[in-house]
Design a protein around this ligand. Structure first.
Ligand SMILES: Nc1ncnc2c1ncn2[C@@H]1O[C@H](COP(=O)(O)OP(=O)(O)OP(=O)(O)O)[C@@H](O)[C@H]1O
Ligand SMILES: O=P(O)(O)OC[C@@]1(O)O[C@H](CO)[C@@H](O)[C@@H]1O
Length: 303
């Protein structure tokens, strides 16, 4: 069974303004409210891929209820810890380019944090836990480490999609997958990356530090897959980009969902790229039909 953990979910408030002027009244030309937070996005795309999974984490207030209702209506299984504070609202502003304004997240109490840990004590050997996104400040930077400790105790595999210190701390515990984009990879090592060879060099360092599989996504430029099996490149299919929010999460869903079903890493890579691109070409996240349509357009080359 796959579980996703979103410590800091959000309503993504997508706002379109034709010609944004700071310091003036701007009128929206379109707006859309979607459930968000990285793990929740992974769960929603796994659901589209018909891979059984449950989303967990913290949800609170009217914003949390909105997410809970949405997931229930579309049939994405969830089991969140109810939290006192309101789940945050993140603004995704589209005006020519995309600007994101993400909240810090509500305070999470010790009792709420313990309730989540207790849920993870029900994990079984062979389960996969996908932990994604920022940590609400009240939980502290090492909270993922605590959750990873429980996964290890229970014999479950884990995937971690976060940045900075939290990612560095997680690597030694052997995550099934890490998926930085090329900017995050450069930031992690405090370097500037300008060539594919450099991406491979630093991607390999993640493998050497303990990750079982490394995906480095490069938006419209496709992605690199680095593992014991070798280094592979996949192109991104061509299409009209509508919304890149959640493309990376969709890629994780495609990869982990397919790997868990087939054990074939290259098919997992292909579905990962197709899922990321299907989201980039949609208003909301990818749907299963578009993912299937894009899969044959993805060529994988060994480097
Ligand atoms: N402009 C695009 N055209 C085609 N495919 C895209 C585009 N942007 C993203 N994708 C697909 O989605 C995958 C992940 O995208 P990206 O590298 O932007 O991840 P990310 O930065 O983690 O995304 P986000 O944080 O927005 O969820 C890419 O490898 C690609 O397959
Ligand atoms: O603030 P975080 O937790 O780093 O990222 C949260 C977020 O930007 O990530 C998702 C897209 O990947 C969105 O649904 C959500 O708003």
């Amino acid at each position: 069974m796959i579980y996703t953990v979103t410590l800091n979910p959000s309503i993504d408030y997508i706002v379109e303004v034709e010609d944004l002027r700071l310091g003036s009244l701007n009128r929206m030309t379109r707006d859309l409210k979607l459930p968000g937070g990285k793990g929740i996005n992974v769960s929603r795309v796994l659901n589209q891929l018909k891979v059984r999974n449950t989303a967990t984490g913290f949800l609170g207030g009217f914003t949390g209820q909105f997410i809970e209702d949405w997931l229930q209506k579309e049939g994405t299984s969830s089991d969140f810890v109810p939290a006192c504070g309101d789940t945050r609202i993140n603004i995704k502003l589209k005006s020519g380019e995309e600007t994101e304004i993400n909240g810090a997240g509500p305070d999470i109490s010790m009792e709420e944090a313990d309730a989540l840990m207790n849920k993870l004590y029900n994990l079984k050997s062979g389960d996969i836990v996908i932990m994604s996104g920022s940590i609400p400040p009240s939980l502290g930077e090492s909270f993922y480490n605590k959750l990873i400790g429980v996964c290890k105790e229970q014999g479950a595999d884990f995937v971690i999609d976060t940045t900075g210190q939290a990612l560095k701390q997680a690597l030694i515990h052997g995550p099934l997958l890490v998926k930085p984009n090329h900017h995050e990879l450069a930031e992690l090592f405090g370097v500037t990356i300008s060539t594919r060879a450099e991406i491979i060099t630093y991607g390999r360092k993640l493998l050497e530090s303990g990750a079982q599989h490394v995906l480095v996504s490069m938006a419209g430029e496709g992605a690199l897959f680095i593992s014991e099996q070798g280094v592979f490149y996949a192109n991104a299919p061509a299409g009209k980009v509508k919304n890149s929010v959640g493309a990376g999460d969709s890629m994780i869903a495609g990869f982990v969902g397919t790997l868990s079903k087939t054990g074939n890493v290259l098919e997992a890579f292909r579905t990962g790229v197709a899922s990321g691109s299907a989201t980039a070409f949609s208003d909301d996240l990818a749907d299963g039909e578009l993912i299937e349509q894009l899969r044959p357009q993805i060529q994988i080359t060994q480097l």
